[in-house]
Design a protein around this ligand. Structure first.
Ligand code: NAD
Length: 499
């Protein structure tokens, strides 16, 4: 990051063009009603743009365009190699606009610029490029049927796919949805969270510039109600893919049942256990306990919010984690040295503060942090929160069971591997986790025993585009990333031939 400075990014921010229109049929479009919504910078409270606030009527228009485009075959029936080249070109354009994309994401979400530039943007580029490169390398199957018959098994696109994404990782979650949905040949309606529409709109502009036919990708900023619900109930949408809260995920399942049984794949909340044994590399585990809890201000579905520590090292280990928490003081997201950016909005701060109060009332001890901060350094009028560490937490407490979505880690004692597995699995969620031990048998026993979609052994947040990502239980049913993601965007079709 050495070539970058706070001054550089502030100067770039003062000049950047902010996309403010929806993207429909390959062009920018205002909402039919003319409605807009102020898009605010969470770090400063300043207005970034008044962004088109799409309504059900815009949704209907976009669905019709997406359907007509799908039926025309302009994308779905394009030669796989040609489709691949357009998607690869799209990844290249995003890479060429990396600074602009990172800056839009930082201004919109309040995330540190070092993270958006070094993690979110490269991850989106890699997701699209990797998935695109697979398009002309995936084969169908021939079934082992009787002589005189030939059975072909093909994967066909669903048709029109709705993607609804949240505000915490707008760019990377969008890329996780769009890359396989488009690679599979679908037409897509993307509804970003109304708080964070900017990188999604820029992505669509770049997709058109890369040669994606008009109408294949339509981006409609707008609220869950009425737009998201209207689209999710729409009879002419064939599949929906969602990242967001478990409560809204349950609604989408209902909307599917109430409408046309559109295929529904969900990536939902988490309350993941990061499990540290006494024989682990405790310095490394403590450093990563802080990363697992505080990265992206804890607004991370996979955050290691339950820190399970073996009882013999409990106090000693938490002292180390508290030392690392000091390195996570909130700062200006445009400063390349900032690790902890802003919290998305005041409502989220209120939620975090509510849970901190509940934690104390239920008997947990506040070991570090606990406060919300405004007017940071006398300069930033947005909302921030201290990294926060609770000790003496029992897994039955509210702060160990419910997703807080802020930089709050709850430390829980365990005795042995069986106890750690029991506590980790005592959750409605099952998204991520980690286990730290130098004993391979202990580590693998725990990694296998914890019912969760991804488990790190002597790491946290490990993984790349080659592996599937998703949850068990109320963390959802879909799988983003890897070739497995294509399953969520295609139907199996059998052709049975007799000769
Ligand atoms: P949310 O569920 O409130 O909103 C997510 C999206 O759903 C937004 O675009 C919103 O406008 C839309 N929406 C809201 N109500 C709707 C409705 N009735 N019909 C249709 N759409 C509707 O989520 P949030 O609280 O803003 O985001 C954070 C949540 O996302 C957390 O629970 C987090 O764990 C989860 N998340 C999960 C993953 C994952 O991959 N598992 C990744 C990131 C975030």
């Amino acid at each position: 990051m050495s070539e970058y400075s706070l001054d550089y990014w502030q100067s770039q921010a003062s000049q950047i063009a902010i996309p403010a229109n929806a993207w429909i049929n390959g062009k920018p479009a205002a909402a039919i009603s003319g409605q807009t919504r102020p898009c605010l910078n969470p770090a400063t409270g300043e207005l970034l743009a008044n962004v088109a606030e799409c309504q059900p009527e815009d949704g209907d228009l976009a669905v019709k365009i997406a359907r007509d485009t799908f039926n025309s075959g302009v994308w779905a029936n394009m030669a796989p190699r040609a489709r691949k080249l357009i998607l690869v070109k799209w990844a290249e354009l995003i890479e060429q606009h990396a600074e602009e994309m990172a800056l839009l994401e930082t201004l919109d979400v309040g995330k540190p610029i070092s993270d958006t530039l070094n993690i979110d943007v490269p991850s989106a580029v890699n997701t699209i490029r990797w998935t695109a490169e697979a398009v002309d390398k995936i084969y169908g199957e021939i079934a082992p049927t009787e002589p005189g018959t030939l059975a072909l098994i093909q994967r066909l696109p669903l048709g029109v796919v709705l993607a609804i994404v949240p505000w915490n990782f707008p760019l990377s979650t969008t890329a996780w949805k769009l890359a396989p949905a488009l690679a599979a040949g679908n037409s897509v309606i993307l509804k970003p969270d109304p708080k964070t529409p900017l990188t999604a709109l820029k992505l669509a502009e770049l997709a058109t510039a890369a040669g994606l036919p008009d109408g294949v990708l339509n981006v409609l900023p707008g609220d869950g109600l009425p737009l998201g619900q209207h689209l999710s109930l729409h009879p002419d949408i064939d599949g929906q893919t969602f990242t967001g809260s478990t409560n809204v995920g349950k609604l989408l399942m209902q909307y599917s049942g109430q409408s046309n049984l559109k295929r529904t794949f969900l990536e939902l909340g988490g309350k993941s256990a990061n499990i540290v044994f006494a024989d682990a590399d405790l310095d490394k585990a403590a450093l990563w306990a802080a990363v697992a809890g505080f990265y992206n201000c804890g607004q991370t579905c996979t955050a290691g919010t339950r820190l399970l520590v073996q009882e013999s090292i409990y106090d000693e280990f938490l002292a180390k984690v508290a030392e690392h928490a000091r390195d996570w003081q909130p700062g200006n997201p445009l400063d390349p040295n900032t690790r902890l950016g802003a919290v998305i909005d005041q409502r989220q701060i209120d939620t975090i503060q509510k849970y901190i109060g509940i934690g104390q009332a239920e008997g947990a001890e506040l070991l570090f942090g606990g406060d919300a901060l405004t007017n940071l350094n006398g300069q930033l009028a947005g909302q921030f929160h201290q990294p926060t560490l609770f000790k003496g937490v029992d897994n039955a407490m509210t702060i160990a069971q419910e997703e807080i979505f802020g930089p709050v880690v709850s430390a829980i004692k365990f005795t042995d591997a069986d106890d750690a597995i029991r506590i980790a699995n005592d959750s409605r969620y099952g998204l991520a986790g980690g286990v730290w031990s130098r004993d391979i048998s202990t580590a693998l026993k725990v990694a296998n025993g914890v019912r969760t979609g991804t488990m790190g052994v002597n790491n946290y947040f490990g993984g790349d585009i080659t592996v599937p990502f998703g949850g068990f239980g109320e963390s959802g049913n879909g799988r983003d990333k890897s070739l497995h993601a294509l399953n969520d965007y295609s139907e199996l079709k059998t052709t049975w031939i007799e000769y």
